[in-house]
Write a protein that binds this ligand. Structure first.
Ligand SMILES: CC(C)(COP(=O)(O)OP(=O)(O)OC[C@H]1O[C@@H](n2cnc3c(N)ncnc32)[C@H](O)[C@@H]1OP(=O)(O)O)[C@@H](O)C(=O)NCCC(=O)NCCS
Length: 193
């Protein structure tokens, strides 16, 4: 597909707004765009200079706070930025969370996120844009250096092993490990053993 015209961009942004406002129950919003080197309508950098600077400042503040070893400011800043965060959530130092779509992130009670994990709620492709809700259910563990892709749900009590690249859902109590992630369901022995 070629680059988007103004009408396409308006229509696309309307769809994205509806998705973000929760008007649809979809987990993922996808839209075909042109190459991201031209305006796609989805990058904050397509907006005014002031808006772009505001988003950069917001992203910079979140990235800085997430690097710190103090948990509370991270949780309260993410809540202020629209993320839904439960009780007893622990976010280790050095985690990176997508600052543009924090409203698409839900972290339930008793979740722990290990050092340098990355959580992304949007992605560009050569010919498309995708935004997705990330849901970390109660008591799940995201291991250090894991990468969680947009649109993924980690079930209650599930573990995402350190360094895992996760692009699919993890059922409750299961373990996801490796790249690409292999799912080992609760009570199930690793099939390759
Ligand atoms: C997933 C995890 C909980 C498993 O721990 P465990 O129950 O002690 O498991 P073991 O170390 O006995 O490993 C069991 C198997 O999983 C494999 N494995 C363990 N961790 C793995 C990982 N991160 N990626 C891929 N495979 C892994 C082991 O190689 C082993 O495979 P094998 O049976 O074929 O030899 C642990 O490895 C892990 O990733 N913890 C994350 C902790 C963390 O990051 N906390 C936050 C810190 S800030």
């Amino acid at each position: 597909m070629g680059n988007l015209g103004e009408n396409d961009i308006r229509e696309a942004l309307k769809g994205l707004r509806e998705f973000r406002s929760g008007k649809t129950n979809d987990r993922i919003f996808e839209y075909p765009t042109g190459h991201p080197s031209s305006p796609t309508g989805f990058c904050f950098c397509d907006k005014s200079v002031l808006k772009t600077i505001a988003v950069c400042i917001r992203g910079g503040i979140l990235a800085f706070v997430l690097k710190l070893p103090f948990n509370r400011p991270k949780v309260s800043l993410l809540r202020k930025m629209g993320a839904k965060i439960g009780k007893n959530v622990y976010i280790s130092a050095g985690v990176w969370i997508d600052p543009v779509y924090t409203d698409l992130l839900t972290i339930e009670d008793n979740v722990m996120i290990g050092m340098f994990a990355t959580i992304v709620m949007h992605e560009f492709r050569i010919n498309g844009f995708r935004a997705g809700k990330v849901i970390l259910r109660e008591g799940s563990l995201i291991g250090g250096n894991a990468a969680i892709r947009c649109g993924v749900e980690v079930g209650a009590g599930a573990t995402v092993a350190a360094g895992t690249v996760l692009g699919k859902d993890v059922p409750p109590g299961a373990i996801a490990r490796g790249n690409p992630a292999r799912i080992i369901n609760k009570g199930e022995k690793d099939a390759e053993k």
